[in-house]
Design a protein around this ligand. Structure first.
Ligand code: CP3
Length: 358
């Protein structure tokens, strides 16, 4: 493992500021010296140095400690030489800041004390301001100072995925209660998503104002919906979020899992980059999202558990398919699995950089 000192964490950055980094250029569909790469969930999970730092500290508690957040965010940048950092946090952090009583339970995920299922419940969700998430502002500022030319990606959960946790009370396989609310009481559903969109916009604005160079909107569970339902119940709220950030001057990435049928609609929501899971080859995804957007993805996270020759073949395939898009940011099709060998991640970064060098 190589460690670098502050301000020198990006051995592959070809330029001096995050705004003209290879990652931001690829998001904008501009010519790049190589395909940039980062991994969803690169901070955390698979890294022993992360598990050591986190031991004894709950997830939400950790997210509220700017120095700890900065250190965890930097760990994969130092270790793997990825082209971007992503803020260590969780999608439910702004919801907790809005007054929702919740916990992040190890091995389960977010658990909500009183699920949101009525108009009165929606009324309990406050708007947030900088004061509610000052720890995020501080973490981003610390990171931007440390990262030098390496861009920091800010992120938030999209209204549908956040609503699913709030309505179900925790993780769900079917999202049945969420859909039931959507179908039975569209007015309450839209009020809930509208409030979540406001919270999300403010949370992302805080991160951009503090110096984040890009933002990713995670609609992880949108793939549970048909295209018609997505368009009717979800798209307008994701449009609100992405359009509200149009003037922020940073690329916007929009990601979901199982979204093959939704890629066109998700592209219409207005992001600069559409994240694609492993089920849809990037050249096919490019046809669906249109020629004016970059794509991000899409190696199956499970492939990282395969023998190296298999991984190498698949990385080369993803890079070749990504050439169909105006810009390609290499990533996995979803987050790094906890059992992934971190050395394999480092090797993938090196391979992506070598194979894609132009
Ligand atoms: O797993 C870890 O990296 C440890 C820290 C942790 C995170 N979230 C980091 C995170 C933990 C324990 C959670 C709880 C949680 N929250 C889970 C996982 C439960 C488990 O034990 O595996 C889940 C599914 C959530 C809800 C959530 N958080 C979603 C749906 C997303 C969007 C990304 C996705 O996986 O679909 C998040 C974002 C998230 N959680 C990030 C991090 C570091 C940021 C995004 C990133 O780094 O890519």
């Amino acid at each position: 493992m190589t460690t670098t000192t502050s301000g020198d964490t990006a051995p592959h950055a070809a330029s001096a500021t995050p705004a003209d980094s290879v990652f931001v250029q690829a998001c904008r569909g501009e010519p790049v010296p190589h395909t940039p790469v980062w991994f969803m969930r690169q901070a955390g999970r698979s890294l022993p140095e992360y598990r050591e730092l986190r031991s004894g500290t709950g997830m939400l508690q950790a997210c509220r400690q700017p120095e700890l957040v900065a250190e965890i965010t930097l760990q994969p940048v130092r270790r793997h030489g990825v082209d971007a950092a992503i803020l260590f946090s969780d999608i439910v952090v702004p919801v907790a800041a809005a007054g929702v009583e919740l916990d992040i339970v190890a091995g389960t995920g977010p658990v909500i004390a009183d699920p949101v299922r009525s108009a009165a419940d929606v009324g309990r969700l406050r708007r947030i301001s900088l004061d509610d998430v000052g720890f995020v502002d501080e973490a981003v500022r610390l990171l931007v100072a440390e990262l030098g030319a390496t861009p920091l990606i800010g992120f938030a959960g999209a209204p549908f995925t956040l609503a699913s946790y709030l309505v179900e009370g925790g993780p769900s396989r079917t999202h049945a209660r969420t859909k039931a609310l959507m179908y039975a009481d569209p007015e309450t559903w839209h009020a809930l998503c509208a409030r979540l969109a406001e919270i999300t916009v403010e949370f992302l604005r805080v991160q951009v104002a503090a110096g984040a160079s890009a933002v990713q909107l995670f609609d992880s569970w949108a793939g549970a919906l048909s295209e018609a339902d997505y368009r009717r119940y979800v798209l307008p709220h994701s449009v609100t979020v992405l359009h509200s950030l149009a003037d922020a001057g940073v690329p916007r990435i929009h990601f979901g899992v199982g979204t093959a049928e939704l890629l066109g609609a998700m592209a219409e929501a207005g992001a600069d980059v559409v994240g694609v899971d492993w089920r849809t080859p990037l050249d096919a995804a490019t046809v669906r999202v249109g020629p004016d957007r970059s794509v991000q993805g899409n190696l199956d996270p499970c492939l990282l558990l395969a023998p190296w020759p298999v991984i190498e073949t698949e990385v080369r395939r993803v890079l070749a398919e990504g050439l169909a898009a105006p810009g390609h940011v290499f990533n996995l099709g979803h987050g790094v699995l906890p059992e992934t060998d971190p050395e394999v991640l480092t090797r993938v970064v090196e391979l992506v950089h070598t194979v894609s060098a132009r």
